[in-house]
Design a protein around this ligand. Structure first.
Ligand code: SAH
Length: 392
């Protein structure tokens, strides 16, 4: 299909913004099938871009600004370029690390596609119908680019594709199967549950922040709130924490964190996990029980209209931690809501600090790691932010 834009609406594309909004479109020729490839032209008929057509306010997600075919060679070039960046960062081809994000959507010029690598398994997640339609070609290109490392490709898009598209999609292996579920992050081992786990099975985006936490853990009493697979807990153990308590409302998460601790520190009694609501746990725990607390909750705002409540949620949560943390304690606090920006999050934490009456200093300002790159023309790709605070 071919899309011609209204006059003047090509400006953002000339600046490489990878989305075309439906309001910018003058007219469309050819069959309008969700997920189809669209050639995008200016009002004067000049070629601008090729992308996936979709139904909604974002009408096209751009794959390329060059007039080139979207074929297996295209996918191979894009994936090879993504791998080069991961090698440059030092997360790929590293004997101490086999866990990383290979493709981060717009950040890798592949809007709607996420690929995480866990040892010999790659987990592919489509967020658009266009990427769903291309999954076999992507898997084929991925095999070529990641040979001989990756033997299994698992497709996990049941919950990420637009529900309305009604594709009847199922999760499953596109290549291989029956893979070993242990992957290595910075020398630590983790069971990855790509079949049932959240996202692609693991939160790869906290790798650098976990490393920083490790450096602060020696001799501390650590509380890892919203622990999920226990990433922060395992690093705190290696960092020499005196004790580590992991909390998650999901009993499955508690099983996962216990399994991951056992995998790295068998029989180590410094660790304990609790299946409990975070707010209740914080309310009931003794004052000063911990001097290193991690708050890494799920996204409180999935959309812009949920923003006000989300900010209140961050304030309420952080207030509890400020009220209870031991003097001289350190708080790692995060927000992964894309709708909440850095300044808004900082303001929510500031409000909590002020309400608690504690003296608080910012030691570090944290963000997503380099294998989750942000396309400079697409600032919407920035989502993870965190603060490390010293609480007197
Ligand atoms: N810190 C984790 C990722 C956290 S994901 C990591 O590094 O991998 C968010 C987790 O919060 C999920 O596991 C979810 O089960 C848990 N959760 C959601 N609401 C909760 C609540 N009210 N209390 C405790 N845990 C909660």
């Amino acid at each position: 299909m071919t899309i011609t834009l209204k006059r003047g609406k090509e400006e953002s594309l000339r600046r490489f913004h990878p989305w075309i909004f439906s309001g910018a479109i003058h007219h469309i020729e050819g069959q309008q099938e969700e997920g189809a490839l669209a050639r995008v032209l200016s009002a004067d008929g000049d070629y601008l871009a090729t992308g996936h057509w979709q139904i909604g306010s974002i009408a096209v997600r751009v794959l390329t600004f060059d007039d080139e075919p979207i074929d297996i060679a295209f996918w191979q070039r894009r994936l090879a370029a993504a791998l080069e960046v991961r090698k440059a960062i030092g997360v790929a081809d590293n004997p101490h690390n086999s866990t990383y994000r290979l493709v981060h959507g717009e950040g890798d010029h592949l809007p709607g596609l996420v690929i995480d690598v866990y040892g010999q398994t790659a987990v592919v997640q489509a967020h658009s119908v266009g990427m769903h339609c291309c999954r076999q070609q992507i898997a084929e290109a991925l095999q070529r680019v990641m040979s001989p490392t990756v033997h299994h490709i698992y497709y996990k898009s049941e919950t990420t594709l637009p529900f309305k598209a009604d594709l009847g999609q199922e999760n499953g292996f596109l290549v291989g199967g029956d893979a070993d579920d242990v992957a290595v992050e910075n020398g630590l081992k983790f069971h990855i549950d790509w079949l049932r786990g959240q996202k692609t099975g693991f939160f790869v985006d906290q790798r650098d922040n976990r490393s920083l936490l490790e450096a602060y853990s020696r001799g501390r009493d650590v509380l890892n709130m919203f622990c999920y697979t226990g990433g922060f807990s395992v690093y705190a153990m290696r960092g020499g924490a005196r004790k580590v308590h992991s909390v998650d409302s999901s009993a499955k998460a508690v099983d996962l964190v216990n399994a991951n601790i056992e995998l790295n520190f068998p029989g180590d009694t410094r660790h304990q996990a609790f299946a409990e609501d975070a707010f209740r746990f914080l309310q009931q725990m003794d004052d000063g029980a911990y001097d290193l607390i991690i708050l890494d909750p799920p996204a409180f705002a999935k959309h812009k209209d949920a923003l006000r409540n989300a900010l209140k949620g961050y304030t309420r949560l952080n207030l509890r931690a400020f009220e209870k943390i031991r003097p001289g304690g350190i708080l790692f606090t995060f927000s992964c809501s894309q709708a909440v920006n850095k300044d808004q999050f900082r303001m929510a934490v500031f409000t909590a600090a002020a309400q608690s009456g504690r003296r608080v200093r910012i030691l570090h300002q944290l963000h997503q790691p380099a294998d989750h790159p942000i396309n400079i023309y697409h600032p919407e790709g920035e989502y993870l932010k965190g603060l490390v605070l010293f609480v007197e």
